[in-house]
Structure formats: C-alpha cells, structure tokens
Design a protein around this ligand. Structure first.
Ligand code: ZN
Length: 163
C-alpha cells in the first residue's frame, strides 16, 4: 500500500460514526474505495443504513480529517448506494468496540424480510427479545437480554435502500 493511502487509512480510523462513539467509520467497514490523484482524494463510502441522518456529518468529518493532511488539496466523499454494506465489512477491532459499548452488530448473512436476532453483547446469549424496534436512532434498536437482563442496542441489518 502506498504511503498516502496508509495515511488516509490512519486518519479514517480517527473519524467516529457520530451515532456510535469510539467506533471509526473505517472499522465499521463504511469505506469502500479510496482514490488518490496527485493531491486530490476521492473516497467512496457505503452507508450502514439508508436515510441515516448522520451521513452528512460523517461526510463533513471525513472531508475535514482527510483535508487536514498536509499533502491533500481537496477531498471529496461520495456515498454509494449500489454497494451493500454488511456485517462482514466490520473489522474485528470495530466488533470489539461495538461490544464494549453494548451495541450488537447486525446478524451476519441476513436475508431481507427475515426476522432477525442478535447475540447479547454482554453475555453472548441469543435469548434476546426486541424491546423497541425504533430505538434511539433510525439505525439502531433496543433489545433486551432475557439471560443477563441487560437492555442493549443493536444495529439494524441493512434491508433495501429503495422502499
Ligand atoms: Zn445477556
């Protein structure tokens, strides 16, 4: 990997998803592609959830962070709605951080329309129930662990971007 890409990756690891403090957009697997042309940087990102109101903030934060690199004159950020984000894209570091904050990543291999369950981030039990589908943000739900009796948050699985 060339030096400039390495620097951009390091910067992206410092940009947190505003709705998931301490988990970077890089570790969430949102960075799909980075192109460097001279001093210009073009970043393609994949949203974790359609219509997530945080996208504008993420775009601004990424542009600012990457733009602060001394050799970067211009940074553009695009969100691609053609690429599908999935749990597999979350790095191991990202999964650890999510669990630390009591947020369960969405189920892997989720098929649209299926009911979904997630493991409790505290005790690992899959004996959890949906408390409130809406949760604090459009991207997350509140679940309740029947084993250790902790409420926790889960990221919703991505369904379709077109409704
Ligand atoms: Zn539990």
């Amino acid at each position: 990997m060339n030096q400039h890409l390495k620097e951009i990756e390091a910067v992206l690891k410092t940009v947190d998803d505003p709705e998931l403090p301490s988990v970077s957009v890089f570790d969430l697997g949102m960075v799909h592609d980075v192109k460097v042309i001279g001093s210009q940087v073009l970043i393609t990102m994949v949203p974790t959830f359609a219509g997530c109101p945080a996208l504008d903030f993420i775009k601004r934060d990424v542009q600012k962070a990457v733009g602060d690199l001394p050799w970067v004159s211009d940074c553009e950020v695009h969100f691609s709605f053609e690429e599908k984000w999935s749990t597999d894209a979350i790095t191991d570091e990202g999964k650890t951080q999510l669990k630390k904050h009591g947020v369960a990543p969405p189920p892997e291999n989720y098929q649209p329309g299926e009911e979904w369950t997630v493991d409790c981030p505290y005790c690992g039990s899959d004996y959890t129930s949906m408390e409130n589908v809406f949760g604090p943000t459009a991207c997350r739900s509140i679940l309740y662990c029947t084993s250790c009796r902790n409420p926790f948050e889960a990221m919703k699985p991505v369904v379709d971007y077109v409704y």
